[in-house]
Design a protein. Structure first.
Ligand SMILES: [Zn+2]
Length: 291
């Protein structure tokens, strides 16, 4: 199945209230592993890149191996640029073929964020791409973006006005989650999702999901979080699998075995989340014959 627009994947997930895993890959191995997980479980999947990963690998090389692999999978997949405060990089990725971008203007005041997001939405439309919006920064630093404190939380009406004014396709509300690992039990405000969806029925995006319970995931998804970001869990699976293998095999220098071990751990992590989010089996509902 060819790569599809973000809209095609999330419209259905939002309507039917299941969640689609949006996994931050870090290289070709992790990309291949998460695509294999989606294929095995017949699940639609969102692959995303942090700006740090795009810069590290390069736009053209990343897009080339993404496209080469994505074109071969039998499930709907799409490519998203995660938290990007830099307009130049937004433009670069849209031109290169990314299907969706998160313009992260959460460091700007809401008026300036709104003004710039309107421009990004217009630019993305010219590429047939969608925009995720955000006005409150998610607590915690992720790939050099964000702060440990977390920013100001606005009344739901402010988010609603931002969605109205900008026409963003999806929105990431602050609901008490944080990037990275939780140091204490998070105090979630899931009712903010319900309140926003009641007036603005667009897909909501859950950031900072690593460490939430299965019940917290399913509750937030039922309320309208159709896109569920997974970044920290991939990093843990990826790095710990290296460590495990190397600790267990101190005398071995066998890259294919090491990489196979890492791939298996990343694939298992992706499968676990896809199952919890309810998207396993959902690819069958898509028209796989469409070109
Ligand atoms: Zn995030």
């Amino acid at each position: 199945m060819p790569v599809v627009p973000m809209r095609e994947i999330l419209d259905r997930a939002f309507t039917e209230r299941y969640g689609v895993a949006a996994i931050n890959v870090v290289d070709d191995l992790s990309l291949e592993a998460v695509l294999a997980a989606a294929t095995d479980l017949q699940a639609p999947l969102i692959v995303q890149t942090s700006l740090k990963t795009v810069k590290a690998i390069g736009v053209k090389p990343f897009y080339a191996f993404w496209r080469a692999r994505a074109d071969e999978v039998p499930v709907p997949v799409t490519l998203h640029l995660d938290h990007c405060p830099d307009r130049e990089w937004i433009s670069t990725c849209l031109r290169a073929g990314w299907n969706s971008v998160l313009f992260d203007g959460s460091e700007l005041d809401v008026a300036e964020n709104t003004r710039q997001t309107i421009e990004v939405v217009a630019e993305a439309e010219r590429h047939g791409a969608q925009v995720e919006g955000e006005i409150e920064s998610v607590m915690g630093v992720e790939d050099d973006i964000g702060s440990e404190e977390g920013g100001e939380i606005h009344p739901v009406e402010v988010s609603a006005a931002f969605i109205d004014a900008t026409g963003v396709y999806s929105f990431a509300p602050a609901i008490g989650t944080a990037h990275g690992l939780y140091k204490a039990e998070p105090k979630l405000t899931p009712e903010r999702v319900t309140e926003l969806v009641a007036t603005h029925p667009i897909p909501m995006v859950l950031h900072g999901g690593t460490g939430l319970t299965e019940a917290q995931f399913t509750d937030l998804i039922a309320r309208g979080c159709a896109k569920v970001n997974i970044s920290t869990a991939l990093k843990i699976a990826f790095v710990d699998a290296h460590r495990e293998f190397l600790d267990a095999n101190p005398g071995k220098h066998d890259p294919p075995k090491l990489l196979a071990h890492v791939r298996a751990a990343v694939k298992e992590m992706a499968e676990r989340h896809i199952r919890i989010f309810g998207s396993a089996g959902q690819a069958k509902a898509f028209d796989t014959t469409a070109a």
